[in-house]
Design a protein around this ligand. Sequence first.
Ligand code: NAD
Ligand code: ZN
Length: 329
Amino acid sequence: MIVRHHMGEYPVRFVGTNELNHEGVWLADENVLRLWPALAGHDPIVIPSGETSKSMARYEQVVRTLAHRGAKRNQQLIAVGGGVVGDLVGFVASSYLRGVPFVQVPTTLLSMVDSSVGGKVGIDLPEGKNLVGAFWPPVQVDVATDFLKTLPERHFRNGMAEVWKYAFIEDWSVSEQALRPEANLASLIKRCIEIKSQIVEEDEYDRSGRRAILNFGHSIGHAIETVHNYEDYLHGEAIAIGMVAEARLGERLGLTLAGTADRVAACLTGAGLPTEYGDWQNPGLIEAMRRDKKNDGEGLAFSLVTQLGECKLTTGIAESDVRAFLESL
Ligand SMILES: NC(=O)c1ccc[n+]([C@@H]2O[C@H](COP(=O)([O-])OP(=O)(O)OC[C@H]3O[C@@H](n4cnc5c(N)ncnc54)[C@H](O)[C@@H]3O)[C@@H](O)[C@H]2O)c1
Ligand SMILES: [Zn+2]
């Protein structure tokens, strides 16, 4: 599969873990290194696991390690790990020596179907997530689904939330495969990457509203993550709750076909994801939604599913309507 972008294109290959033989500087998640000891042969820079690695401090440590190792502009970086390592190493690649090539080797389901494709890289600030970053596409994405054999169940389900999202926003036929993901995992992941890359190709810089449909469930999901300090819910868990709530909001506004929210909830419950939330009155939710990047001035913006397999960015929804809706849940 080939993904096109403003500076060229890159292949997405499906490979075995034994086919990962890139030249360059390897950087790998510490858990992945422990579970896949053969990777140590590449003398990787070890990235501690967890979101805290998407920090200025870790960024500085990594670029300085590259400088100490004498890494040159023509040497590529190979990022092995989940979305954390991909986002951090991608941002390092975008800026070290004014930009070096990098290869994404995603090892979580979420990073395979979502973060490794699309060219967004970045790190967090204490003021907020992903506040510093770049559009810096990889030169190649190598998906080795074998890595998923060691992925904890909770993180597998986390990635399934984004898989279901593709079914809800763009292609309802994905739902058939998503019901039995183990049956043909590689083909399911491939279909998700196709959907994401097609949407991204149509709106690489997130300007027309097309790319924004990838944000279904994320206005409310991000607000929940923020209120909980990114501690109680994994991203996929928060957006599962968010997708159901936003489908209900869409139904309330007459923008979503009646009955859709119940079907979204049934799919996600079946996938072992949460769909209910106990603190809708929390004023922090609206506050967080106000800072959402999709907002364009008046009111709040939501990417709302109109019916299963179809989604549209809707802006200008009055904050008071959203508050009343949340309080009614
Ligand atoms: N750039 C984008 O477009 C984009 C899109 C979505 C999410 N993201 C970012 O992705 C990050 C989340 O990514 P994630 O869910 O992959 O989390 P992650 O990178 O933190 O990985 C989750 C956990 O799984 C472990 N792990 C990774 N691979 C493993 C394997 N094969 N076996 C066992 N354990 C393994 C990690 O050590 C970690 O503890 C967030 O920072 C989010 O902002 C970016
Ligand atoms: Zn997401």
